[in-house]
Design a protein around this ligand. Structure first.
Ligand code: NAD
Length: 374
């Protein structure tokens, strides 16, 4: 079983899908590991470190040759897979709802695309879930980036020269990223409030010592929502949410938005008029900027200034913590493949529940139910 890892080629991608730790672990399972030279450098992993762990380092062509399984952070394009075994597996993120052409190309080329974003939200798959591992780091980095743009301090400080007021921070969307954003802003000393459409998050917000701000007059999503995910809300709910946010946001210094809906553009949570109601010098970090943005006027990898408010958002927030993000991503991939490793066959054999959820293409066809339902 030959596992290959190419250097990521997407613009701005600094992460890598393997680390010396997971090289050793894959070899421990009986696989061989080939890595393209320089693949780890963006995540502070040298070729020597990978080689010492037992990987074979080489050119892209030598690495991919006869690969049974290719690991990636972002799915490689078809051309770079030339030389891999027919029917090889490619485990990576595919952004499948927005990348139909890439998914079709994988089907046509006969590869088996395994989309890590489609990992089901079940207990035994938690350690394989790249969305969670990357969102957690992104939520942390969002608060640090906002703090960096903010011309004031986060904690209250009582000094001989007078008192510095604590920053007020509002987190919109309390999934994995939002929970980490709340925890990080609290640790920095801000007064934190948060909102979500899923009622289960109210207690989670309170347990982190933050204040829940919820639409009360229109029902949101009961409990966790389907598979832990939100859906698009009714017009009535959106109106009630906009009124609630308008009242609250004008008093905030920092707003972190993290709201996502799988397979849909990110919901619009903050309008230009609402930005205009905020105090000059306030900062908004839009974690959803790459999925269409929660904030009117946000632009990826730019600091946009509107009405004296800075709006920030990265196209790849986890990539700003490439070393930790890669370590967790690589472990997610190892946990996934090793859980299904069949010792006798010397290769992973997926079960239906997880295999069918993540598999996009097989035998020349697109086979995924979630894609078919789109
Ligand atoms: P996500 O990234 O899809 O969305 C981020 C948050 O935005 C969610 O909390 C969502 O409810 C919220 N949101 C969507 N539309 C909104 C709107 N209009 N206004 C305000 N908020 C809105 O979500 P996520 O971080 O991936 O996680 C969602 C849930 O799934 C969490 O409860 C998490 O604990 C759970 N989860 C479970 C597992 C598992 O069991 N294996 C793994 C990961 C996450």
């Amino acid at each position: 079983m030959r596992i290959a890892v190419l250097k990521e080629r997407a613009a701005g991608e600094s992460r890598v899908a393997i680390t010396p730790e997971t090289v050793k672990k894959f070899i421990g399972l009986g696989a061989s590991v080939a890595v393209e030279g320089g693949a780890g450098l963006g995540a502070a992993i040298t070729d020597d470190a990978l080689r010492e762990a037992g990987a074979e380092l080489g050119s892209a062509a030598a690495t991919i040759k006869d690969a049974d399984i290719v690991l990636g952070v972002q799915a490689p394009d078809i051309a770079s897979l030339a030389g891999a075994k027919p029917g090889a597996w490619v485990a990576a993120t595919f952004d499948p709802f927005r990348n139909a052409a890439l998914v079709d190309a994988y089907a046509k080329a006969g590869f088996e695309a395994l989309s890590m974003e489609f990992m089901p939200r079940i207990t035994r798959a938690q350690s394989m879930d790249v969305l969670s591992s990357q969102s957690n780091l992104a939520g942390y980095k969002a608060v640090l980036a906002a703090a960096n743009e903010y011309g004031r301090a986060f904690p209250m400080m009582m000094t001989a020269a007078g008192t510095v007021q604590a920053a007020k921070c509002f987190v919109m969307g309390v999934g994995v990223a939002g929970l980490q954003a709340i925890a990080t802003a609290k640790r920095l000393g801000a007064q934190v409030s948060a909102t979500d459409v899923r009622s289960a998050t109210r207690e989670q917000i309170q347990s982190l010592g933050a204040k829940p701000i919820f639409v009360e007059n229109v029902a949101g999503i009961e409990g966790e929502g389907s598979g832990g995910y939100a859906t698009e809300m009714s017009e009535e709910y959106q109106k009630a949410q906009a009124e609630l946010v308008s009242g609250h946001i004008a008093k905030q210094d920092i707003v972190i938005t993290t709201a996502l809906i799988p397979g849909r553009p990110a919901p619009r949570l903050i309008s230009d008029a609402q930005i205009a109601s905020m105090k000059p010098g306030s900062v908004i970090f839009d974690l959803a900027v790459a999925q269409g943005g929660n904030v009117e006027g946000s632009a990826a990898d730019q600091v946009v200034e509107k009405h004296g408010v800075k709006i920030v958002g990265y196209s790849n927030t986890a990539g700003h913590l490439a070393a930790d993000a890669s370590a967790l991503f690589a472990r997610n991939l190892f946990n996934f493949l090793s859980a299904f490793w069949d010792k006798e066959a010397g290769k992973p054999v997926l079960d239906e529940e997880i295999g069918n959820a993540v598999r996009l293409t097989q035998g020349g066809k697109v086979v995924n139910e979630r894609l078919a339902a789109q």
